[in-house]
Design a protein around this ligand. Structure first.
Ligand code: NAD
Ligand code: UDX
Length: 387
């Protein structure tokens, strides 16, 4: 591989990266990218490795000696500090990050996103190691505009809804709305990392992903995850499409999201890894402001794309409304709208997302159909056990 240079023309040093949560959706894509396009070494830490098996198993591959899997639960494993010490850079992706858990398992959510991340920050700070920590767009919570009357003209003013790392406040619901346990824990760990940077010189970058989606996201209930499990929206809707059932719109699907293709987003992380002088000390929104839809529009587009890639006829009534209480239970609440301000990532790293929502759904749903259609058919055909 020819010697590669960073954004300032300096040659890039080969790194050893301790990637915690490497076996998850984002981790699997990041491992793939680093192995295929760089010479960096990965110490991959996770409790699962199904999503990176293809990278670990084939010993003929060029990168066989550049990835090592460590099955470690970071809650209680003394090997973690040793791995962080061995690495030049630690990337922490580990988290409980599915909304169905925030109000039903708030303690696990808070422990996972705050308490369990503490030693990682501490070991990086004490050993002078750089940290890239994955936070979330949920730290912004609700938009200022959402508190205005429905038809107020200021709702159309970007000042009232575009989310900026340096100027937007973090607006959460009341404590009984346990949905915000995740966002609040993520916010506190961001503040702690920021304080470690300010008081102890920790070199850090914080990433706030805005709905990254693509292949290998979450699981299909009853196929490669629990039948009663509720994954994030891409997998929920994929599951409905694979089963030929209407897509469930929580509270009418009026919330808005911007979706970015995982492969575009991984490019941004790659730039952060290899341009520490431009990334250190920054918090970055990573999303695609051009891909905004309501959840209802997402459902309609996914139905259309799925019909195209599977050759199956779309349902006449493709969606059904369901209340958030029925779908998620007590304590659910929602972010109304999420448009990332791209000024900082653009200025520091020159990054811009490329893939349109239609195109990213086409490649993702082609993957979902190819990977799961047969398995779902079998699961549906299985006779239900009678008592
Ligand atoms: N995908 C998105 O759009 C998105 C949006 C906002 C924030 N994020 C953040 O990005 C990070 C990665 O998200 P993802 O979508 O890949 O989720 P994911 O659930 O697919 O990956 C998380 C991984 O962390 C591992 N993990 C969790 N607890 C662990 C522990 N105690 N010890 C070892 N491993 C543990 C899990 O096994 C899993 O493989 C998370 O911090 C999440 O909050 C993701
Ligand atoms: O079947 C479904 C699933 C979800 N939804 C809705 O779709 C929207 C998106 O739901 P997701 O499950 O993708 O989760 P959210 O976008 O609310 O939060 C996510 O955002 C950023 C990350 O930190 C986390 O991965 C997650 O918290 C929500 O309004 C939800 O209520 C449905 O209408 N139907």
């Amino acid at each position: 591989m020819a010697s590669r240079v960073d954004l300032d023309g300096n040659s890039i040093k080969t790194l050893t990266i301790c990637m915690i949560g490497a076996g998850g959706f984002i981790g699997s894509h990041l491992c793939e990218k680093l192995l295929e396009e760089t010479l960096h070494k990965i110490l991959a830490v996770d409790v699962y490795n199904d999503k990176i098996k293809h990278l670990l198993e084939n010993s003929n591959q060029l990168w066989a000696d550049r990835i090592q899997f460590h099955r470690i639960n970071i809650k209680h494993d003394s090997r973690l500090e040793g791995l962080i010490k061995m690495a030049d850079l630690t990337i922490n992706l580990a988290a409980i990050c599915t909304p169905a858990d925030y109000n039903t398992r708030p303690l696990d959510t808070i422990y996972s996103n705050f308490i369990d991340a503490l030693p990682v920050v501490k070991y990086c700070s004490e050993n002078n190691k750089r940290l890239i920590h994955f936070s979330t767009c949920e730290v912004y919570g609700k938009t200022i505009g959402s508190f205005l009357p429905k038809d107020h003209p200021l709702r159309q003013d970007p000042e009232f809804y575009v989310l900026n790392e340096e100027t937007s406040p973090c607006i959460f619901g009341s404590i009984e709305k346990q949905r915000w346990s995740y966002a609040c824990a993520k916010q506190l760990i961001e503040r702690l990392i920021y304080a470690e940077g300010a008081e102890n010189g920790l070199e850090f970058t914080i990433v706030r992903p805005f709905n990254w989606i693509g292949p290998r996201m979450d699981f299909i209930p009853g196929v490669d995850g629990p039948s009663e499990g509720v994954p994030r929206v891409l997998a929920c809707f994929s599951n409905n499409l694979l089963r030929g059932e209407p897509l469930k719109l929580v509270d009418g699907g009026q919330s808005q999201r911007t979706f970015v293709y995982i492969k575009d987003a991984i490019e941004a992380v790659h730039l952060m890894i290899e341009n520490p002088a431009r990334a250190n000390g920054h918090i970055f929104n990573v999303g695609n402001p051009n891909n905004e839809v309501t959840v209802k529009q997402l459902a309609e587009m996914m139905s259309e794309v799925y019909a195209k890639v599977s050759g199956e006829t779309a349902l006449e009534v493709p969606t059904v409304d369901v209340s958030s209480k029925e779908f998620y239970g007590e304590g659910y609440d929602d972010s109304d709208k999420r448009i990332p301000d791209m000024t900082i990532i653009n200025r520091q790293l020159g990054w811009n997302p490329k893939t349109s929502l239609w195109d990213l759904l086409e490649s993702t749903l082609t993957y979902q159909h190819r990977t799961y259609a047969e398995a779902v058919k079998k699961a549906i055909a299985k006779p239900v056990a009678t008592s």
